[in-house]
Design a protein around this ligand. Structure first.
Ligand code: 48H
Length: 314
């Protein structure tokens, strides 16, 4: 093994030029893509990985400075995440170590930072172009309100004092995937514009009495600590995860919805700190995108054959 001697000598100007050239090239390539994914949480990252692995031009927009969304914590600030069979096979595929839960067949636990980092790394390694600190603010449309892209701005622009008029820029794609979690920002924007009737699917909300939308819901949401939205249902893990996967599909011309955004769009019960449905839904969204784009590519296996069973510590 070679011993360290010294780093290569470089000029400061070369460093700045390298950064701006590399970033600029990535940005220019993102202006027109095959698939634009809004949100880099578990569902968006998995969809990005699957599509980029099939040589599609995939762009991920993430408003934070990091990918991962709500995947970094299991719940209650405990950084262990749970998965239900058969989603642990996706952890095998990502080389994430997990353990079976004693006396609870079909339930698995993993370290949240490891699972999150592996999911984000898989999207990058597959070749997706990832833009952080970049916020989706609106859709680009064509006739019939077909979604053909996103209007974006730097995240910090929204928190500048005095609300300066800094225009966003549009980028376009053949298909957009809303992977923005509880807020379902793309679907919500279409609904706000009157282009999408957010269908509160009552068949999927049979975990309690039908409730009227509370006019004070926004105010109530603000009082609730952590991850919540008035649009999805109360917690029922066994109902929720299957329903999220089943409802992952195209919901409007040019727009696919995945992950917790599915729960919000269809008013499904929530699943709390269990993440199998986010991973499987991301895979299904990739499958739907391939169908929409009519791409001749290897089919997406929603549940891979267990890649290395030795990783599971039974
Ligand atoms: C750019 C944006 C914007 C925007 C949001 O919340 P996520 O982790 O979403 P999913 O669906 O992949 O996973 C959901 C899961 O984390 C979760 O919350 C679960 C399972 N909850 C169950 C329950 O009962 O509560 O990630 C969404 C990402 C985040 O990174 C956001 O920062 C990002 O989207 N995002 N990015 N522009 N306008 N809005």
């Amino acid at each position: 093994m070679a011993e360290f001697d010294s780093f290569a000598a470089v000029d400061e100007a070369a460093v700045t030029r390298a950064i701006s050239d590399h970033w600029g090239e990535g940005f220019r390539e993102s202006i027109e893509s095959d698939v634009l994914i809004v949100g880099g949480g578990p569902s968006g990252s998995i969809a990005a990985k699957e599509l980029a692995e099939r040589d599609l031009d995939v762009v991920v927009l993430e408003r934070e400075n990091y990918l991962g969304g709500g995947f970094w914590q299991g719940g209650y600030l405990m950084n262990t995440v749970t998965f239900r069979d058969p989603s642990q096979h996706i952890l095998d595929e990502l080389d994430v170590r997990y353990e079976s839960v004693k006396d609870q067949p079909g339930l698995f636990v993993a370290n949240a930072p490891h699972a999150t980092a592996a999911t984000a790394a898989a999207a990058g390694a597959a070749g997706a172009t990832i833009h952080t600190m970049t916020e989706f603010t609106d859709v680009v449309i064509r006739d019939g309100y077909r979604v053909t892209g996103a209007v974006i701005n730097w995240t910090p622009v929204g928190s500048l004092p005095n609300d300066p008029p800094i225009d966003p820029v549009p980028i376009t794609a053949d298909v957009v995937i809303d992977a923005s979690g509880h807020d379902a920002v793309v679907a919500a924007k279409l609904a706000q514009r009157g282009a999408l009737d957010l269908p509160l699917d009552t068949a999927a909300t049979d975990n309690g009495p039908e409730v009227e939308t509370d006019p004070d819901a926004e105010a109530i949401d603000r009082r609730l600590p952590g991850h919540d939205a008035s649009t999805h249902g109360s917690m029922w893990i066994n109902e929720s995860e299957d329903a999220v996967v089943e409802h992952t599909d195209t919901i409007h011309d040019g727009l696919i919805v995945t992950g917790m955004a599915v729960g919000t769009v269809f008013g499904l019960p929530r699943m709390g700190p269990t993440f199998g449905a986010m991973l499987v839904s991301g895979k299904r969204a990739a499958r739907v995108a391939l169908r929409e784009l009519d791409v001749d590519a290897d089919p997406v296996e929603e549940i891979p054959e267990s890649a290395s069973p030795a990783l599971a510590d039974d």
